[in-house]
Each structure stands twice: as C-alpha cells, then as structure tokens.
Design a protein around this ligand. Structure first.
Ligand SMILES: NC(=O)c1ccc[n+]([C@@H]2O[C@H](COP(=O)([O-])OP(=O)(O)OC[C@H]3O[C@@H](n4cnc5c(N)ncnc54)[C@H](OP(=O)(O)O)[C@@H]3O)[C@@H](O)[C@H]2O)c1
Length: 429
C-alpha cells in the first residue's frame, strides 16, 4: 500500500536537471527518451515552457534506463516491453546471440539483417557468401554497422563453414541456387550448392555446437517438377532428419517454407510494371493463382520459427492468395492482356504443403506447422494447436483468404486512385 509519504513524492514535480541527477543520466538523454517514449513520459509544461516531471515520469525513465543500459534492449524492444506492461515480449532475446547467415547478401538476407538490426539488436550477424563485391556494397549500404561481419565462403566448403560458425548461437541458411532454368541447365552445380551445401551446414552446426538452425525452403519443394524444387525437397529432408544426427550436442534444425516473394527481383510485379509501358501485359494462364507474401512477412516467419521450433518442423505462413488476372487489372487496367501459355516447370497454383504432409500438419499461431513424422520426435510445444484433416493441403487456389483488385492496387500503388476500365483479354494461338 502507498503511504502518504510515497504519495507526496509521486505528486512532486521535478525539473529536468533534478531528474538528471536523480537518475544519473545526461539531460540530452532524458530529452531524447522523452521524444522516443512520448506515450509514456509526458512532463507538464509551465507557462514559461519549462518541463516538470511527475514521480511517474521519473519511475518510467528509471525503467527505460534499466531496459536500455542494463538489459541492453534496443529502443524498439524497450517500447514493446513497456507496451507489454513491463514484461519481456514473447520471443528470443537476440541481444546476446551471434547469428551466422548464409546467403546474407541476397534479397532475403539483406532484409533479415535490416529487421534484426533495427528491431532486435543481435550481438553479431555473420554474413556468409561468395561474392566480395556484393559484400562490399552491403557493408556500405548498412553504414559499416559494427554488428555485421562479412565472411567470404562457399557452402560447398565444409571446413570454411565450420570456421565461420565457431561461436555462433543461431544459423539461418538462405544461400541457394534458385533460378529454375539455371538449375536445369547446370544440374551438378544445383546439387552441390543446394544439397551438399545443406549437409555441410548441418555438419558444421552440430560440430560447432550451434543451438538452432533454420533453413529456407520453397513451395517448389512440394511435389517438385524441376531440379530446383527437387534439390530443395532433398535439403528439407536433410534438415528435418539432421536433428537425429545432433545427438547429445543438442543442435536443432527446422525449415521455413514460402512461395514467391512479391516484388522481389524477377517476380511478377516488376514484370507487369515494366510491361505496362508497352501497353500489353503477358499472362501464361488466366486460371493461375499465387500466395502473397512480403519480405517483411518472410523475415517475421523465420524469427517466429526460431522461437517455437523444437526440431524437425516445417513452418508455413498463413497468407492470402491472389489471381494473376486480378493483379494485372490492379497494375495496368488500361493494358491489353496476352495469354502466352504455361511454361515448362510452371504450376497453375502454388502448394505449400503436400498431400503426404497433411496428417502431420497443425494450425498454430497464424502458421501451419508440418511436424516431423519420426520416432525420435517428442512433441512438447504446440499445445492448443489445431489438428488438420488427414487430406489437408494448403494451395493458393483452395485458400480462404484472398486479395481483390482494389486491395492489390492499394498495395502496389499506395493510395493512388486509378480508374478501372474492363481489361481486354486476348488469347494467343
Ligand atoms: N526469392 C523468393 O521468392 C524465394 C521464395 C521461396 C524461397 N526462397 C528461398 O530463400 C532463400 C534466399 O533466397 P533469395 O531470394 O534471398 O536469393 P538471392 O537473392 O538469389 O540470394 C542468394 C544468396 O546466396 C548466396 N549464395 C549463392 N550460392 C552460394 C554458395 N554456394 N555459397 C554461399 N553463398 C551462396 C548469394 O551470394 P553469392 O552469390 O555472393 O555467393 C546470395 O547472398 C533461398 O534458399 C531460396 O530458395 C526464395
């Protein structure tokens, strides 16, 4: 219970200099935090514009000092903790974690680094990839952030991976050869990077005592129709079963699976935006549907998977679908549409879970989680997860969430208004 003395202290108002002395903080830091945490620290103003801090403001500044200086939370993390009533937010405390990220200079890798550095303040992220120029450009792009370290290396080189993983806590495996035609034309190379590389990552992680590894999978690994998909399916199997090789070392492996990232290089949005200038949009098949995932969502999924994984799972995000014809209408309603026929290796709809995976899949916290079907696996988490029917498959045409033309237009163009004349669809013989 509060005594009258403590109540009196709470009602007292302090000048910024007094607060600075009380909390042993520079005045400039108090001003900065007050701006950043304006929802929480809100001093009164005197008629002359001077700030007067109440007891509650001082308590909150003390709490922020503890979070930022002692618990080494970033400003964003500290805000989340305050929003959560002072309790640690569900998730991993990354501030003392060293992450090794293979393929760190790619589209996923760079976005992962951006989100982690801005929101989670990891101790270090080690980028592991082959090309020095991409690393140099990334170093500059990230303003020489001291939390980023750059390692030149190939995932085909197990010894180098082992050296790079020494002392790492977590590994994200994003390096891959991922262009379907390139993998078809150079099949040995695809196997060396996507399959042997996966095995090297697993071996090095176990041998160096890494705690958790997440590997990136793709929709193309479900019922694969090309070599890229087949190598990724193989990689998924290696990671799922990698848990059995870890033995007492305790390293845990899981995968995250999603489809084409919207807006990434070579994807359909940049293609349509470019074609828009010519007045004609090409569509391979007007029945085609796709899932819609952004890089932000892909990164969040990986972060979430690290938290929930026990080993052997494949995490699939629950995301909306879209019809390709709706996207074309959203982007270029004035354009003529040519149907050019489905390409070899292209699917009408994306699948994120296969028919054989349905019986092991649960719906959990906004994701589908494909649980491993292995004798060594003991389920501890996932209480409250909803078991799905035996024949469950998650495909872009059978989804229950869809983005319509207006929503797609808003996402691509922001709030810009565009009138929508009816599209003219012309089939090419
Ligand atoms: N983009 C998508 O739409 C999508 C969808 C589903 C799943 N995925 C999966 O997500 C992962 C990342 O994709 P992304 O879009 O970020 O690919 P990306 O932009 O092509 O980047 C690939 C990264 O891997 C590195 N790399 C390639 N071969 C390597 C090797 N042998 N050793 C070490 N590093 C190597 C590349 O750098 P260097 O060339 O310098 O080595 C680059 O940093 C991949 O596993 C992919 O299968 C992507």
């Amino acid at each position: 219970m509060e005594t009258s003395e403590t109540m009196q202290v709470k009602e007292m108002k302090f000048r910024i200099k007094q607060v600075s002395q009380k909390l042993d903080l520079p005045v400039s830091t108090i001003r900065y935090w007050q701006k950043e945490f304006a929802e929480y620290v809100d001093p009164e103003r005197t008629n002359g514009g001077q700030r007067r801090y109440a007891g509650n403001d001082v308590d909150l500044l003390a709490q922020i000092k503890e979070l930022v200086y002692v618990k080494k939370q970033s400003i964003d993390q500290a805000k989340k903790i305050l929003q959560n009533g002072g309790r640690q937010v569900e998730g991993i405390d990354w501030t003392d974690q060293t992450i090794l990220l293979t393929g760190g200079t790619g589209s996923f890798g760079k976005h992962f680094c951006r989100v982690m550095l801005e929101k989670h303040n990891p101790k270090v992220i080690r980028i592991y990839s082959r090309d020095e120029l991409k690393q140099h450009e990334m170093r500059i792009e990230f303003g020489d952030d001291p939390r980023l370290r750059f390692f030149i290396g190939d995932v085909r080189d197990g010894k180098r991976l082992e050296r790079a993983m020494d002392g790492a806590d977590m590994v994200v495996h994003a390096a891959a050869l991922k262009q379907v035609p390139a993998c078809e034309y150079n099949p040995f190379e695809a196997v060396k990077t996507n399959v042997h590389g996966a095995q090297n990552v697993i071996d090095a992680a176990i041998d160096t005592g890494v705690k958790k590894v997440i590997a990136l999978s793709t929709d193309k690994a479900v019922n694969p129709v090309n070599l890229y998909g087949a190598t990724k399916l193989c990689s998924d199997k290696l990671f799922t079963q990698g848990n059995a090789y870890a033995g007492e070392k305790g390293t845990r492996f899981a995968c995250v699976r999603y489809g084409n990232v919207i807006g990434s290089r070579g994807s359909v949005i940049p293609l349509f935006l470019n074609q828009k200038k010519s007045g004609t949009i090409t569509i391979t098949d007007d029945r085609m549907t796709r899932f819609w995932i952004t890089l932000d969502e892909a990164v969040e999924l990986v972060i979430k998977a690290f938290y929930y994984m026990e080993g052997g799972e494949i995490f699939v995000p629950r995301i909306p679908s879209m019809r390709i014809t709706d996207l074309a209408e959203a982007i270029a309603p004035e354009c003529k549409v040519e149907i050019i026929g489905i390409r070899p290796g292209e699917k009408l709809h994306e699948s994120l879970t296969g028919e054989d995976e349905g019986r092991n899949t649960i719906s959990y916290k906004g994701m589908y989680v494909i649980l491993p079907n292995m004798s060594w696996w003991e389920r501890k988490n996932y209480r409250g997860g909803e078991k799905l029917p035996e024949n469950f498959v998650y495909t872009s045409d059978s989804n229950d969430a869809w983005l319509g033309v207006d929503e797609l237009r808003r996402i691509v163009y922001g709030n810009e208004k565009i009138t929508t004349p009816k599209m003219r669809v012309k089939a090419v013989a």
